[in-house]
Design a protein around this ligand. Structure first.
Ligand code: ATP
Ligand code: MG
Length: 440
């Protein structure tokens, strides 16, 4: 395949949400799928798709409190066989862009040209019809890609082997755990040999071994000359997998370029992250019926918001959440990543008072204390999650929700001591040293 053929061309793409107005289009892939199955007139086998939405009337200056530009005049091209990462903070417009490219939601304005068949794996839970079994969903996904039954048959075993859900093939997908669902969805999307593979946040779910398998598969898909668009908050994954990266902020393209270069600039940029996030509207706060996240803070020992900490200081990771439906054992937890995307540690609630104890409805503040002289100098990103146990259900999972910097003061009581430079390493503990001296 020719690397210089354009696979995806996006011109001045914009998407406006009018808050409070329900989207007319299918809000998820499963619904879009049914819409497709019910409208055989549409020809999804067509090789080249061209969309032009400029006829939709929207005054350029249209603004106001109830208007949200999820994407604003975004343009880029992707060549055949390129693996391109799309990065940006929460709400930057990444998923919206992928949904538009996957034709799950229409743009408000702009042109898109896609050369070839598109297969996409969007957020957890999309891509499948919940009432159908795993097996039926594999075939349905094949159909939407314009494949014949025989073509899906040929790849079926490979898909099942990759997903590792053999035992549940004839179980309705609604009974799958979110991890199983994503495993099967990724296997389907990657093995149906689309010309363009679109993947949103698959690395957020699934265990380490499966994540590694996904990474390798995407790399191979790229090497085969197929095009991959990949959204992730895992900067280590993005910079190792992608040739090129597009950085979005507030619906606009900040810059694009070589993966390492753009990831480095993104991580150094403070605009997208902060040490304090709050959700004042209970209706749109992360979570659902059971619990909602209301705030995440990084605090000093004195309780002040701490965007910067001295390497010697204790830092508190704090989440404030509301339990709306009492009666579950909760497991609040944090994960801390450094600026290479490496997970430095994960920590689960250790408070003995609530161990194995169902919690009543109400407001909770949970704080995890990171000791001083533990994290090395650098920038850190915090993922904040809440799980209910028995069965394990994720109530909210917010990635890179806050960030903070640890400053490297030298001097007594630090790992650096009198050494003037930064020490290597993920952590920077002050260890006890002993020296035995023998004179001859
Ligand atoms: N259906 C919708 N109705 C109203 N606003 C929406 C809708 N979908 C997305 N938005 C808004 O559009 C903006 C972009 O959202 P999007 O989901 O694309 O962000 P993202 O970059 O994928 O973020 P994240 O990293 O959190 O997944 C956000 O402000 C979001 O609240
Ligand atoms: Mg998203």
């Amino acid at each position: 395949m020719n690397k210089n053929n354009i696979a995806v061309n996006v011109e001045n793409l914009s998407k406006v949400f009018r808050l409070g107005v329900k989207e007319q289009a299918s809000e998820n892939f499963a619904a879009a799928l049914w819409a497709f199955v019910r409208s055989p007139v549409q020809n999804f086998r067509k090789y080249r798709s061209l969309y032009n939405f400029n006829d939709i009337s929207l005054a350029e200056e249209e603004q106001g409190d109830d208007i949200l530009w999820a994407l604003k005049n975004v343009s880029f091209t992707v060549n055949e066989g390129e693996v391109v990462g799309i990065i940006g903070g929460n709400g930057a417009g990444k998923s919206t862009l992928l949904k538009i490219l996957s034709r799950i939601t229409p743009p408000t304005k702009g042109n898109i040209t896609i050369q070839g068949r598109v297969s996409s794996l969007l957020e957890v839970g999309t891509g499948f019809h919940p009432e159908l079994t795993g097996r039926e969903n594999v075939y349905l996904n094949g159909t939407i890609l314009g494949m014949r039954k025989k073509e899906v048959d040929q790849r079926f075993d490979e898909i099942v082997a990759f997903s590792g859900v053999e035992k549940f093939l004839d179980t309705p997908v609604k009974r799958y755990s979110s991890g199983m669902r994503v495993r099967l969805a990724f296997a389907v999307a990657a093995h149906l040999e689309p010309e363009v593979l679109i993947v949103d946040e698959v690395l957020a779910v699934g265990d380490a071994a499966f994540q590694q398998k996904c990474m390798e598969k995407m790399e191979r898909v790229g090497k085969e000359g197929r095009t991959v668009l990949f959204v992730s908050h895992n900067m280590a994954a993005v910079s190792s997998l992608c040739d090129r990266v597009i950085w979005l902020r507030g619906g606009q393209k900040v810059m694009e370029g070589g993966a390492q270069d753009i990831v480095g600039k993104y991580l150094l940029d403070g605009t997208d992250t902060t040490a304090h996030r709050e959700w004042n509207d209970p209706g749109s706060a992360p979570g659902g019926k059971v619990a909602r996240l209301r705030a995440v803070r990084l605090i000093s020992e004195q309780g002040a918001i701490a965007e910067h900490a001295d390497i010697r200081d204790r830092i508190g990771l704090q989440m404030e959440y509301e339990v709306l439906q009492g009666g579950s054992v909760l497991l609040p937890n944090f994960r801390v990543q450094n600026d290479n995307g490496i997970v430095v540690f994960a920590t689960l609630d250790q408070d003995q008072e609530w161990r194995q104890t169902p919690r009543p409805a109400g407001r909770y503040i949970s704080t995890a204390w990171i000791p001083g002289n533990f994290l090395n100098e650098g920038t850190y990103f915090v993922n904040c999650n809440l799980l209910t146990r028995h069965p394990d259900v994720v109530q909210f999972r917010e990635q890179e929700v806050v960030s903070f910097a640890v400053g490297g003061n030298m001097g007594p009581g630090t790992a650096r001591g009198d050494w003037p430079g930064k020490l290597k390493g993920v952590v920077s503990p002050v260890l006890e040293w002993e020296t035995i001296y023998n004179k001859e």
